[in-house]
Write a protein that binds this ligand. Structure first.
Ligand code: NIG
Ligand code: FE
Length: 415
């Protein structure tokens, strides 16, 4: 038995939900903050949480005790949407965009996703892992303890499997909790430029059954948007995924209002992601289907695109999460505090809503909110201390890392 006690935490932001899967509407502002709090962790799980006047259980002789006065604590961030396994980089496209080219124009000229596909196909699994490990460790150092990673830069059988095996091995070897998503439908590969339906068949009839059988992914995602996969093609792929027992996610309504969110609601997806161009009718559909809306503030910021209507979604009662979408094209940042800053400055979210969206609701976007995303007894002990005077300061003082101590499954991580 190992015990870890964090005591005198100036502000403990629990994000407690008392068993609820998600927080919605005004509930997203309720962070369950305890001042001068202490937390006792045993064998990787929160055993006791209390305020200055509460009596904690007796400590074992070899318990580790950390004084956390003048620090604040939050649940480890859950980054529920990333493309962090990739080779190469795209700073040249960044420069082209600075000169006025758009993301879509660059993609039409063979850049964009397909440029990362070329680099990722050439890389060995060993090289992909080496690159990804560095990123996962840096994310941990910024307070992110759970990360979803998508395939989708392979776009052929061999390379997609290589990516998924890489993600699976990272999940076993890294401290971070890693969740794998199959995104074979990220773009049409050059070999299928003129036979798109044949690629959909390949995904549905060969790749998905193989991935399902080997348990290489927990979720299946599709880039359902103008110029990418149509609603009909997306439905064919996702229905097969559901049949195989995978959870469903959709890249929806990013470039145009293209019906992706409505499809997510119809298929009872776990999340619909992006939503920069979602319409009012689809907002109601998401609400009724209980789909988590995962917003990606860093993408709108980095591509200078419009922002998703966070205020409308929250006010309509849709559970909103935010994620980084970390990838070499549309958001080359994995800082969750930076995503919170952008959510507050450009999307009308409050600091409280941004925290709920990055923790509990993000865990719900991975079907993990009974285990992660809040500091409550019985949950896995992922907790991060920050050197700031209060929780609002975290998104307010942006562009710097305030992390002072990272605890993953009850273990203090040293870097
Ligand atoms: O989520 N929207 C589609 N895919 C990624 C971008 C990937 C890339 O540009 O490499 C996204 O933004
Ligand atoms: Fe994405």
């Amino acid at each position: 038995m190992h015990q870890l006690m964090l005591k005198n935490i100036a502000q403990l932001v629990t994000v407690r939900s008392n068993g609820a899967r998600v927080k919605t509407a005004a509930g997203m502002r309720d962070l369950g903050v305890i001042e001068n709090a202490s937390v006792l962790i045993e064998d990787g799980v929160f055993l006791w949480i209390g305020g200055p006047n509460d009596k904690h259980p007796a400590l074992s002789e070899d318990a580790t005790v950390v004084d956390a006065s003048e620090k604040i604590a939050l649940p480890g961030f859950v980054d529920s949407h990333t493309h962090l396994v990739f080779a190469g980089s795209r700073e040249d496209e960044f420069a082209m965009r600075a000169e006025g080219k758009t993301y879509q124009q660059i993609a039409e000229q063979g850049g964009g996703i397909l440029s990362t596909v070329r680099a990722t196909r050439q890389a060995s699994k060993h090289d992909l892992k080496r690159l990804a490990r560095v990123r996962l460790d840096a994310m941990l150092q910024h307070g992110t303890t759970t990360v979803e990673i998508k395939s989708g830069y392979g776009l052929d059988e061999e390379s997609e499997i290589k990516m998924l095996e890489c993600i699976q091995e990272l999940a076993k070897e890294q401290y971070t909790t890693v969740v794998a998503t199959f995104l074979g439908a990220h773009a049409f590969p050059p070999e299928f430029r003129n036979s798109r339906e044949a690629y959909v068949d390949l995904l549905r009839d060969r790749m998905l059954p193989y991935i399902g059988k080997r348990g290489l992914a927990q979720f299946c995602d599709v880039f359902c948007d103008a110029g990418y996969f149509s609603v009909e093609q997306s439905r064919r792929i996702l229905e097969k995924a559901r049949e195989l027992g995978l959870g469903i996610k959709v890249h929806a309504d990013e470039l145009a209002p293209s019906g992706g969110s409505a499809l997510a609601a119809e298929l009872r997806a776990v999340s619909a992601d992006h939503l920069e161009h979602i319409d009012e009718a689809s907002i109601a559909l998401l609400k009724n289907a209980g789909v988590v809306a995962t917003l990606l503030p860093g993408v709108s910021f980095f591509l200078n695109h419009s922002y998703a209507p966070a205020r409308q979604l929250i006010d309509a009662g849709v559970p909103v999460a935010i994620a980084s979408d970390f990838n070499p094209g549309s958001c080359m940042s994995f800082s969750m505090p930076l995503m919170m800053t952008i959510a507050c400055t450009h999307m009308g979210m409050t600091p409280e809503e941004a925290i709920t969206a990055s923790t509990l609701n993000a865990a719900a976007a991975l079907n993990l909110s009974q285990v992660y995303g809040s500091i409550e007894t019985g949950k896995k002990a992922d907790i991060v201390l920050y050197d700031v005077p209060n929780y609002r300061y975290l998104a307010y003082h942006f562009g710097t890392n305030h992390v002072s101590l990272i605890v993953k499954h009850g273990t203090i991580l040293e870097f």
